[in-house]
Ligand binder design. Structure first.
Ligand code: PLP
Length: 386
């Protein structure tokens, strides 16, 4: 019997060949395993569209959250301050990480139905010269919206006034600008939404094994600007999540500091090859966009409304509002569709009842059509549509 198809934000449906690649037991010091790690790290810099001279990929055990936490708690200097621009649950989670680690923090909160505003970030940077890093989510998986990372990168590069000049100083002169670093949670977009990390000069871009690269859960990774990461020695607020130490370990010994997720890395190595075979980021984006088109067209026909305005909608995941019908029952829809082999995902929008359908993972157009047909049947049985 085949597994259910996962129309979720992860873990996702993976190919049989990715799963088969895990059926090995390699030791952590095995030369073959160390070669896999080297190739995976190099492959990630390539997917990020960055130069291996300027960028490196650091793998971190644990789910995506561990990777973001590793970056946030290592990259911000002891006397630094983080600005989080949030328009959903994953942005708010970054703010929470900073609070837990007692990293000085400012949060700009935007409505979930719209993008983060780069000009508001520019104003916050101008107002507070103490801010050293900005963090933002690329695809906010709460809604499926893509935030304008390129514009935010320009704002961060332009910086803001350095320090307030002492009175009697050159007060009429333009204050010197200081660039701020940008940390991007690209968890649900990396590998399926083009993001030219090198050209944009992004400092840290984080994602995980079980999202759009279509590997299995077990680790996250950060594509890091070497010149930024090299300065962070001793800044980590945690031993296991010390990104700099993890990097130095991988560089100097080729090994992880603590038990590596060997099976997940074997699967991921294969998943990267399958991404390349599909035409890289563009090829994968094309399949996901097609899944989304089929899903959206069918849902609109059924009268189910999307949460976001169409022009803001990305192709990773879509949030749909509960149909305002007294017989609509999401737990029942979920259970009935799941019994038919299709797994949906609950909503996370804070001010509206929504559920989500993912378009990512090893799922194609025919399988998406199967899901929306089943959805129509279930909604009819429920009495929500005629
Ligand atoms: C999936 C996801 C995460 C990480 O979630 P984990 O459950 O820790 O893997 C973080 N940010 C975004 C935007 C995500 O989609």
């Amino acid at each position: 019997m085949s597994d259910k198809l996962l129309f979720t934000p992860g873990p996702l449906t993976t190919s049989a060949t990715v799963k088969q690649a895990m059926l090995r037991d390699l030791g952590s010091r095995d030369l073959e395993f160390m070669q896999v790690v080297r190739e995976v790290r190099a492959g990630l810099v390539q997917v990020a569209d960055a130069s291996p001279d300027e960028y490196t990929a650091v793998i971190q055990q644990g789910s995506g959250t561990f990777g973001v936490e590793s970056v946030l708690t290592t990259a911000v200097p002891p006397d630094g301050k983080l600005l989080v621009a949030a328009n959903g649950a994953y942005g708010q989670r970054m703010a929470q990480m900073a609070r837990v680690a007692r990293v000085p923090l400012e949060v700009l909160t935007f409505p979930e139905e719209g993008p983060v505003d780069p000009q508001a970030i520019a104003r916050a940077l101008a107002a507070d010269p103490g801010i050293t890093q900005v963090a933002v989510v690329h695809c906010e998986t709460t809604t499926g919206l893509f935030n304008p990372v390129a514009e935010i990168a320009r704002v961060c590069a332009a910086g803001g006034p350095r320090e307030a000049l002492p009175s009697g100083g050159r007060s009429e002169a333009e204050p010197p600008q200081r660039p701020r670093q940008l940390i991007v949670d690209a968890m649900s977009s990396f590998g399926a939404v083009p993001l030219p990390v090198g050209a944009l000069g992004l400092d840290y871009v984080v994602s995980s094994a079980n999202k759009c690269i279509e590997g299995v859960p077990g680790f996250s990774f950060a594509v890091c600007k070497k010149s930024a990461l090299a300065k962070t020695k001793g800044w980590a607020r945690s031993l296991s999540l010390d990104l700099h130490a993890q990097w130095r370990g991988l560089e100097e010994t080729g090994q992880f500091r603590f038990t590596p997720p060997t099976h997940a890395l074997l699967a991921f190595h294969r998943a990267l090859a399958e991404l390349a075979a599909e035409g890289g980021v563009e090829g994968r984006a094309a399949r996901y966009r097609r899944n989304r088109e089929i899903c959206l067209a069918a849902m609109r026909k059924l009268g189910i409304q999307e949460f976001l305005a169409p022009e803001l909608q990305g192709w990773i995941i879509t949030s749909f509002r509960y149909p305002p019908h007294p017989r609509f029952d999401f737990p029942r829809l979920y259970e009935t569709l799941s019994a038919r082999g299709y797994v949906l995902y609950p909503g996370k929008v804070s001010n509206a009842d929504c559920f989500r359908i993912g378009h990512i993972g090893r799922i194609d157009a025919a399988q998406t059509e199967g899901m929306v047909r089943a959805m129509e049947e279930v909604l009819r049985e429920m009495g929500v549509i005629a």
